[in-house]
Design a protein around this ligand. Structure first.
Ligand code: LCN
Length: 808
């Protein structure tokens, strides 16, 4: 089959003055390949390519002429170069959304385009040798299922899936007007409340007959006082086929019915979104988040437990709030219900993770529901299981959860929101049974976090089990009706960095399978829906009358004082100096050790400010997590190496939400700064929380934080591997009062305008309605895709999970 890559790649990889082969460039590229062979570097990753070219130029005394410029241009954005067999292969990604694969033979006259399949073969050959690589194996290719599914053309529209889908499908369907009009009426007539129809009654399933009723109703409403309630017009509306749900007041009912008329007549995508997106179609929601420790207190900072828990709880609260508003505005007396399904951990330590049911604080009807993991013999697993080890438990968990969930709702939920890879796999299994719309929230994809996690999966399998996780990702994210991410980068990356989802498009796990088309980041399924901040806890430091003095004082003493809380390390000689503050788990990827090192190296930072870190643990002997132990030990080494006594405080604590908001404000009171130095961060909720509290931020350039912060305006963005640059950025802000104040002001404003939970919840509800609607019209031809996904689960995922369980 001709893949997209071969079709795209007909044009030449380079251009010369006469538009023919640029012989000088090919010659130079071949010399570069010989140089690689002599260096014995047979695999270069994106960040190594420019450095290697630099070395090549220096060592080989390459003239800095136009040919060299062309070579540098050719390899700009190059993701991989590998030497395999006689050839050198390159995966070029000149900009977002564009991928090309080429190879060059030492005696070749030009670069040769290769298909994705050939490229993956070369990678396998590189890892396994020719004989193994040429054996028949499993090839995964989802592309044919999406032949008729809308994709974005302009890469700027990546992540605006709903807009693209609406535009395409509205246009297409309107060409078949009859079908569109009747289908919309039929769609609306399927909703009911306690056995009574909503919106339109099922006598109104044909537009021809409905049209007259619509016109009569419109003029009837036009003549009615705007402030009258639904009850005043209910009888007349019903006579013409209109049931409750259009509004609580005549003014709302009138504008919604006008909109319905417009949609039926024109299928304009904005009207479709405006009408269907706003209708109260969802009342019961299931959220699935088995990841980490899930509870409302004492869990943040425990292994695998951070922003996701905060996100899920706040999302549940905001969804309930918006559902209530929606029902009130539509005149419907409905109490929505939200259930968060997570795992039960019997050895709950100081948490409530052993409780089966728990009410979510500040809600009327949101519940946490816990179901245990079980071993081969059906016995409960009492302890927490790391995110890398949970794969064998999920199918049985989903089966048991199914009955527990059904006991919570009157029927099946109207929407299932899966969270992270494990939650989305379970959400997929449940939705297969329920037939419910599946919204997938991502939080993190591990693939780009770990170098060679696909190619070298076999070496890492014992600790990480990526074969299961990446298969689960392919299954769950292909099966979800729509995917929400917090940032663009998660989908399409940047001009130099691959998007997290993009990395699932074409990859190989040698010996397991080759993925020729896994997840296409251009599909109109991806929607950027950033989270918000909880305004109750995260508000600016200058709002003094909202702050609780006792909490402030306690935090000052326990974090900065002479007698800090138990588990704290280090002394502060001048506790009132500005603090360079960081707070996170101690995973390697969070890079707290990198922060200690760059602070230790910078004399002027040490002179100006203290380094203050809060993480859940400071004592390696109390941890059982390998990465955590390694990182803790490394921080102690660095503390000694740079003699940080007197300027470094490391507090081992898990703060609750009240304290978390207040600690950022305390840091702001001291004219300090919050830093986020992660080597990769999907979004970075802590960044928006700190900004909302009036704490300036310096953040990593890798991942979501770089999309939150507008550099030089609402914060600074730097490469945390470049210690000097990162330290300079911190210094710039803390050493200049006006810069500091400027960042505070702009940071607060940025969060206020761009990150609100109410917007988030509204968007999810309207996406749910719209995707369910298009799905209902069967424009996506899902059944063959579903069968392929089902096969993948049963032939790849399940046997591997069973094998892992037997080995556990
Ligand atoms: C997981 C992460 O790694 C963070 O970057 C996010 O802020 C969090 O989940 C919430 O989505």
């Amino acid at each position: 089959m001709a893949t997209q890559a071969t079709l795209n790649d007909k044009r030449s990889v380079h251009q010369s003055a006469d538009d023919g082969v640029n012989k000088d460039l090919v010659r130079l590229a071949k010399r570069f390949v010989l140089f690689l062979r002599s260096e014995e570097s047979s695999f270069l990753l994106a960040d190594q390519v420019p450095k290697t070219i630099e070395r090549f130029v220096k060592q080989e005394s390459i003239p800095k002429d136009d040919t060299l410029k062309s070579l540098e241009k050719l390899y700009r954005g190059c993701q991989e170069i590998l030497l395999s067999g006689d050839y050198a292969y390159a995966f070029l990604r000149p900009r977002i959304g564009i991928k090309r694969y080429y190879r060059l033979h030492p005696e070749g006259e030009d670069f040769e385009p290769v298909s994705r399949g050939q490229y993956l073969f070369a990678k396998d050959e590189y890892v396994q040798g020719y004989d193994m690589a040429s054996k028949r194996g499993l090839v995964i290719d989802f592309s044919s299922f999406y032949d008729s599914f809308p994709t974005v053309v302009d890469t700027n529209e990546m992540g605006r899936g709903m807009t693209v889908l609406n535009r395409r499908l509205s246009g297409e369907l309107y060409r078949d007007r009859d079908r569109f009009q009747n289908a919309l009426l039929k769609f609306l007539s399927q909703f009911e409340l306690d056995g009574r129809p909503l919106f339109v009654n099922n006598h109104q399933m044909r537009y021809e007959t409905f049209q007259e009723d619509l016109e009569t109703t419109r003029s009837f409403l036009d003549g009615h006082p705007e402030e009258d309630a639904y009850e005043d017009v209910a009888h007349d509306l019903r006579r013409h086929g209109f049931e409750p749900g259009w509004g609580a007041k005549v003014s709302d009912i009138r504008s919604n019915i006008r909109l319905l008329d417009k949609v039926l007549q024109s299928a304009d995508p904005d009207h479709v979104a405006g009408l269907i997106g706003k209708l109260p179609l969802v009342k019961n929601i299931l959220m699935v988040s088995p990841h980490g420790w899930f509870a409302q207190e004492n869990v943040l900072g425990k292994p695998d437990t951070g922003g996701q828990v905060t996100y899920v709880l706040d999302q549940a609260r905001s969804l309930e709030r918006q559902l209530k508003v929606q029902f009130a505005e539509s005149g419907l007396d409905i109490t929505p219900k939200i259930v968060i399904l997570t795992r039960q951990i019997l050895d709950a330590q100081d948490t409530t993770c052993n409780q089966v049911r728990e009410k979510v604080y500040g809600t009327d009807n949101c519940w946490i529901l816990r179901v245990p993991f079980r071993n081969l013999y059906g016995e409960m697993i009492p302890h927490h299981v790391s995110r890398f080890q949970i794969w064998p438990y999920l199918e049985v968990f989903a089966d048991e959860a199914k009955n527990a969930v059904l006991a919570e709702f009157p029927g099946v939920p109207d929407l299932v929101v899966g969270h992270y890879s494990d939650g989305n796999l379970v959400a997929h299994l449940l939705c297969e049974d329920f037939g419910t719309t599946h919204c997938a929230a991502v939080h993190a994809l591990e693939k780009t976090k770990y170098l060679f996690s696909d190619l070298r999966w076999a070496d890492m399998e014992h600790d990480y089990h990526f074969s299961l996780q990446f298969t689960a990702d392919l299954i769950a994210y292909n099966s979800a009706d729509f995917i929400i991410t917090s940032s663009f980068r998660e989908i399409g990356g940047t001009n130099t960095e691959m998007g997290m989802f993009e990395s699932y498009e074409t990859y190989s796990m040698p010996g397991l399978y080759r993925v020729q088309s896994g997840l296409d980041p251009r599909l109109a399924r991806f929607n950027i829906v950033p989270p918000g901040v909880n305004e109750e806890h995260f508000y600016p430091a200058h709002e003094k009358d909202r702050r609780v003095e006792a909490v402030r004082q306690h935090l000052v003493e326990s974090t900065f004082g002479e007698n800090p809380s138990e588990g704290s390390v280090g002394r502060l000689d001048k506790p009132d100096r500005p603090a360079i503050f960081a707070m996170s788990r101690i995973d390697k990827v969070k890079n707290l050790a990198g922060l200690v090192e760059l602070y230790g190296k910078s004399k002027r930072l040490r002179k100006k400010a203290n380094l203050v870190i809060i993480s859940s643990e400071t004592d390696a002997s109390r941890s059982s997590d390998i990465e955590e132990i390694e990182q803790i030990n490394r921080i102690y080494e660095l503390r000694d190496q740079y003699q940080l006594d007197g300027v470094f405080r490391w507090r081992g604590a898990r703060l609750d939400k009240v304290e978390t908001g207040e600690i950022y404000r305390v840091v702001a009171d001291m004219k300090g700064i919050f830093v986020q130095p992660a080597l990769m961060e999907t979004f970075g909720l802590t960044v928006i929380e700190a900004m909302a509290c009036g704490c300036p931020v310096v953040v990593t350039c890798f991942g979501g934080p770089a999309e939150i912060v507008e550099p030089g305006l609402s914060g600074e963005i730097e490469n945390p591997n470049d210690h000097e640059a990162f330290a300079d950025a911190i210094y710039r802000v803390i050493s200049d009062k006006s810069v500091w104040e400027d960042r505070v002001r702009n940071g607060i404003e940025r969060v206020r305008t761009a990150y609100a939970w109410s917007q988030h919840a509204n968007k999810i509800l309207s996406l749910t309605n719209l995707y369910s609607y298009w799905e209902y019209l069967n424009v996506m031809n899902r059944s063959s895709l579903d069968r392929y996904i089902h096969t993948l689960f049963h032939t790849v995922y399940r046997p591997r999970a069973e094998e892992m369980m037997r080995g556990a």
